[in-house]
Design a protein around this ligand. Structure first.
Ligand code: NAP
Length: 485
């Protein structure tokens, strides 16, 4: 049994109990939040429930920590040690993710290895964080002077994370902040706080001194208000849904508020593409984790002459996906995060059906789980065709010209990632130029992400780029130093 997690044994389950992590201590509040399995509703664990008071204590602790800066080499060593601990405890972490998020073990294991990579990359960035030399004699005013910039930590970072990658998206906030020399107050999603608290335990084990990472669980608006209102929090990094993210930014005009939000991910399939390969990739990437990734493939546009052939290859792949218990190593598609979310997706399917959409596969429950669903002929302004579904559903539609396909793909308020499959280099480059998204993949599903990539969106999808090399720049200020010779 570990020092800070209490495992309460019952006949069939092992429930985890965790406290808040503030100033290097595990804090009880007398009140608890229960964490239930999205698969069968069983109790996965409970965490101490904090609020504004604990959030302020966490900011105090973060401020105290930053009063004694850690040199870059120590920060890098702590990040490297965290990466090693993630590797050593990968099975336990994957099981925690799977239990609280309902994520199939296959996907949970990938998330853990990606988080290891996020920490490794952040350690690299901590070691090379440096400013620029300014060419002062390039103007008469600068003659006789030397100038350079230092990269200084921006201040306390407030981090708010979503349920769908409860470990790696926490890593994408914590690791670059520590690399930058910033202390963090983290509020994880209430549905999935256990993975974040497990990461806090690993950080303590990796030698992170008290106050550099604080984790407060509890009501989002109370904790969010502290992060917005407390002037010591210099930057808020938020990953989650668009309305909540943009509202946070409006409420904190004097802070840096970095937003990573949703998408309605399109992919264009040209007739010259390797359709078999495309079918395999898209079936996996539209339905993995029941479509609850911000870049889950959602809208597939296929050149008309290849449309029927594509469906012939694609639909059997979709039907072969294993729907079931996320704890089972063979499962591809598990539950949605809540029955409310499942019912919302069912309503969206009905809306598409009522407006002429045809359900080619799925569209119904398998026990309590929504089967992977493919909808054709959904009107361009129906919810499944332009809003973020965040469920196991994709729409398919034919197109006649690349211009039309690009217009269809751009027909959403979102702009995170998009993709094109084609053998024609010119078409690929045109799509890369004209798709209005933060990233475009060519001959790969737009669900692809490696953690060192600059990742983020345009339009309603956000205003920043994550990936340690990019986040660390957001989390530092440039300080100019000018020397008169
Ligand atoms: P969400 O409902 O927006 O919640 C995200 C976080 O915000 C949670 O920690 C939530 O806390 C908190 N929150 C809610 N109301 C708040 C408030 N008034 N003030 C401060 N914080 C508040 O999103 P989700 O359902 O967890 O995640 C799904 C969304 O995230 C999707 O739209 C998805 O596309 C997006 N996403 C984007 C990316 C990306 O990198 N672009 C990656 C993953 C997910 P509670 O849990 O306590 O409510």
């Amino acid at each position: 049994m570990r020092a800070h997690a209490v495992y309460t044994h019952s006949v069939a389950t092992t429930a985890i109990e965790r406290k808040l992590f503030i100033g290097g201590e595990w804090i009880e509040t007398g009140d608890w939040l229960e964490v239930a399995s999205p698969y069968d509703g069983s109790l996965v664990g409970r965490v101490a429930r904090g609020g504004a008071h604990e959030a302020r204590r966490a900011v105090d602790a973060a401020e105290r920590a930053m009063a004694e800066p850690l040199p870059a080499h120590e920060r890098a060593e702590i990040l490297d040690r965290t990466a090693r601990l993630i590797h050593e405890r990968s099975d336990e972490i994957a099981r925690t993710i799977s239990a609280e998020a309902g994520k199939p073990m296959k996907a949970a294991r990938i998330e853990v290895s990606r988080a290891q990579s996020t920490f490794t990359m952040a350690a690299v960035e901590a070691r090379k964080l440096a400013g620029d030399v300014v060419p002062m004699d390039a103007s008469p005013a600068g003659s006789g002077k030397i100038a350079f910039t230092l990269r200084v930590p921006i201040g306390v970072v407030g981090a708010i994370s979503p349920f769908n990658f409860p470990f790696n998206l926490v890593a994408h906030k914590v690791a670059p902040a520590l690399a930058a020399g910033c202390a963090v107050v983290l509020k994880p999603a209430s549905q999935t706080p256990l993975s974040a608290l497990l990461l806090a335990e690993l950080e303590a084990e990796a030698g992170l001194p008290p106050g550099w990472l604080n984790v407060v669980c509890g009501p989002a608006s109370d904790i969010g208000d502290v992060l917005v209102e407390d002037e010591r929090v210099a930057l808020i990094t938020f990953t989650g849904s668009a309305p909540i993210g943009w509202r946070l930014r409006e409420r904190a005009p004097r802070k840096r508020v970095n937003l990573e939000l949703g998408n309605a991910t399109p992919v264009i399939v040209a007739a010259d593409a390797d359709l078999d390969d495309v079918a395999v990739r898209l079936a996996a990437n539209a339905f993995s984790f029941a479509g609850q990734s911000c870049i889950s493939v959602q809208r597939i546009y296929v050149e008309r002459e290849a449309y029927d052939m594509f469906l012939e290859l694609f639909l059997p792949r979709v039907e072969a996906l294993v729907v079931g218990d996320p704890a089972d190593e063979t499962t591809d598609v598990g539950p949605l995060i809540s029955t409310g979310e499942r019912d919302r997706v069912l309503e969206w399917i009905e809306e598409a059906r009522a407006r002429g959409g045809r359900v080619l596969s799925g569209g119904e429950l398998d026990g309590e789980l929504l089967r992977p669903t493919v909808v054709a002929d959904a009107p361009a302004d129906s919810k499944v065709a332009c809003e973020e579904v965040f469920g196991p559903l994709c729409s398919v539609a034919p197109y006649d010209s690349l211009d039309e396909a690009i217009d269809l793909a751009n027909g959403t308020r979102y702009g995170l990632q998009a993709g094109i499959f084609t053998r024609d280099v010119k078409a690929a480059l045109r799509a890369s130029r004209d798709l209005d998204f933060g990233g475009v993949t060519v001959n790969e599903a737009p669900t692809f992400r490696a953690d060192q990539m600059p990742y983020g969106g345009v339009k309603d999808s956000g205003n920043t780029r994550e990936g340690p090399a990019y986040a660390i720049r957001e989390m530092t200020e440039q300080r100019l130093v000018v020397l008169q010779l």
